[in-house]
Design a protein around this ligand. Structure first.
Ligand code: NAD
Length: 291
């Protein structure tokens, strides 16, 4: 079994990005600039945005954090988005989700200029992904593709089972794995909460990508010998031995499944660290105005 080290690959990617930034600046280009909008004081969102801003500093990007109180009006948020859309110094920006209930996430996402939508959530960018046109691939699926690439995991002609069909992970993942490109060309089965006999599908899978949000959901009896297991889940479970009172586990029962898997990502340290590196990569693409 080979453990896929997302932390290591993420650091490699970040040092490659940092080098590219140095080269760009040496050639007289401006510093890439990522902005983030954070609404409210949800601790998880604050942590995520904080790590994204810190990662920008590490690779030599400029970053701007725009914060609003949870009661900000939709109109005020839309006005800020319009401002960022028109600010030539900002190459890309993200709006940290979830937003408070009185704000329509869809309306906000659709207001982002597609060429600055480095999260890849705008319908135009999702459409471009489906059509196999250059676009910003949302960070988590992009991170997974890069892990498969860096570990030279063959995908051509393989059967890939994606579990979960969310807009940010499962659905784009299924599209990427089926694409007619070097990394892709899989036969994809997209499973979800209405799938019957899930185990029949997973037992036939060469590659399983689990994005369900249920701790230890994928068990060893569901997995074929030698399969590639990508665990996207981040779930908190009680753990009295930890000071915090909890630990993080994935959607895959790691101890058992790792004995059968050919490759497996751990949680933490697998897919998670790749998400931020991918956001940085998208920002670099935005700064280079590649499309
Ligand atoms: P989501 O809740 O939006 O979607 C979960 C999906 O799982 C749904 O499509 C649902 O149909 C499917 N599902 C639920 N029960 C099922 C069942 N019994 N059988 C088959 N399918 C079932 O979740 P999400 O936003 O895609 O996130 C999934 C997990 O990945 C969460 O744990 C989340 O924290 C984690 N996540 C991690 C990263 C990262 O950077 N590593 C990024 C995003 C999400």
């Amino acid at each position: 079994m080979i453990l896929i080290d997302g932390k290591k690959i993420s650091l490699q990617l970040q040092s490659e990005i940092a080098q590219e930034v140095k080269d760009m600046i040496a050639k007289g280009n401006k510093q890439p600039h990522l902005a983030a909008i954070l609404v409210g004081d949800d601790p998880a969102s604050q942590t995520y945005v904080g790590s994204k801003v810190k990662a920008c500093e590490n690779v030599g990007f400029k970053s701007t954090l725009v914060t609003f109180e949870a009661y900000v009006s939709e109109q005020k948020l839309l006005a800020k988005i319009e401002e960022l859309n028109n600010d030539d110094d900002i190459d890309g920006y993200i709006v940290q989700l979830p937003l408070p209930r009185h704000i329509s996430e869809q309306k906000i996402i659709e207001a982002i200029k597609p060429s600055k939508d480095v999260d890849g959530f705008h319908p135009i960018n999702v459409g471009r992904l489906v059509l196999n046109l250059p676009t910003y691939v949302s960070a988590t699926p992009f991170g997974i593709v890069q892990l498969l690439e860096r570990y030279n995991i063959p995908t051509d002609g393989k059967h890939c089972v994606v579990i979960g069909r969310s807009h940010i992970v499962g659905s784009p993942m299924s599209i990427l794995m089926a694409k007619n490109t070097n990394l892709g060309n899989c036969t994809v089965t997209l499973c979800h909460s209405h799938t019957q006999n899930l185990k029949e599908h997973t037992l036939n899978a060469d590659i399983i990508i689990a994005a369900i949000g249920k701790p230890n959901f994928v068990t060893a009896d569901m997995v074929k010998e030698g399969a590639v297991i990508i665990d996207v889940g981040i779930n908190r479970v009680d753990d009295v031995t930890k000071k915090s009172g909890f630990k993080l586990v994935g959607d895959v029962q790691f101890d058992e499944v790792s004995k059968k898997a050919g490759y497996i990502t751990p949680v933490p340290g697998g897919v998670g660290p790749m998400t931020i590196a991918s956001l940085l990569k998208n920002t670099l693409i935005a700064a280079k105005k590649e499309f």
